[in-house]
Design a protein around this ligand. Structure first.
Ligand SMILES: C[S@@+](CC[C@H](N)C(=O)[O-])C[C@H]1O[C@@H](n2cnc3c(N)ncnc32)[C@H](O)[C@@H]1O
Length: 255
């Protein structure tokens, strides 16, 4: 990435938001590996997994910035300040993000903060959990004449509840495949709204928990069954929930 200099002529560093993909190290991009190898400072969290730290230089500074629902984590503006302060010391900063940095990863806030501070920032895309889950399930998210649309939605607003302004009619589209991020706690409430809007309770639904880790676990069933199961069971790992006719038969037989 291009370097920049301050008005006093001192070099300033850079920030790269690097997509870690679903956790499997061989699903990192070559560019991600390059940025990790070149980094002076790497900020990472538990969702991104730490296997990729094997690419860090021995003298790189590794900073854990845990971000998991229900656990204490640094505030976004503290993280922004941290990245910017390292970059202003001339460091190449890598901020690792699970999946793709452009999907539910608050990359927009980091990009704005870096631009406001005059620090060069780039995004290195990664494989989002949605497509990694489809690959794991051996299915396609689109299906000719059956699923002509894919939508990604968060099931979690700033307070951790189901966002009140979700477009339920769009989410109840039987011709779409819907991927719900951060939705394991609110899915029972969402499913109730979907069914009330006309989506069949028989719609194929799959939960993929802790993808890309040795603890990967899959629940497959119908919308009604999965909603009822999630209301009782409380999966501990991060979960992606997918529903729609393209998921018919997907995940059956996978533990
Ligand atoms: C903050 S979002 C990050 C999404 C990420 N940028 C992506 O493209 O996949 C976190 C949510 O992504 C999903 N997620 C991330 N990693 C996951 C994993 N290993 N297994 C299942 N779901 C995961 C879960 O829905 C989790 O609550």
């Amino acid at each position: 990435m291009t370097s920049a200099s301050r008005s006093d002529g001192a070099a300033i560093g850079s920030i790269a938001l690097v997509g870690a993909g679903p956790g499997d190290i061989d699903l990192l991009t070559l560019r991600a590996v390059e940025r990790l190898r070149a980094a002076d400072v790497i900020l990472y969290d538990d969702l991104a997994g730490d296997a990729l730290l094997s690419f860090a230089r021995e003298d790189a500074e590794l900073i854990a910035v845990g971000k998991r629902a229900g656990h204490p984590s640094p505030k976004q503006d503290e993280l922004n300040r941290l990245m910017i302060s390292y970059a202003k010391l001339g460091k190449r900063v890598v901020r690792v993000k699970a999946g793709d940095p452009a999907i539910f990863a608050r990359a927009d806030e980091e990009i704005c903060a870096a631009r406001d501070a005059g620090v060069p920032i780039e995004i290195v895309p990664g494989i989002t959990t949605a497509t990694a889950a489809a690959a794991f399930l051996g299915t396609s998210l689109t299906k000719r004449l059956v699923a002509r649309r894919v939508q990604m939605v968060t099931g979690h607003d700033v307070g951790g509840t189901l966002p009140i302004d979700l477009d339920i009619a769009a989410l109840a589209d039987p011709g779409a495949t819907t991927c719900v991020f951060m939705g394991k706690a609110t899915f029972p409430a969402l499913a109730e709204k979907l069914i009330a809007k006309g989506l069949s309770g028989e719609t194929p639904t799959v939960v993929v928990e802790s993808l890309g880790t040795p603890n990967t676990h899959v629940l497959a069933g119908t919308l009604s069954e999965i909603a009822a199961q999630l209301a009782v069971e409380k999966p501990q790992g991060p979960c992606l929930i997918l529903y729609g006719q393209a998921l018919a038969g997907a995940g059956r037989g996978l533990a």
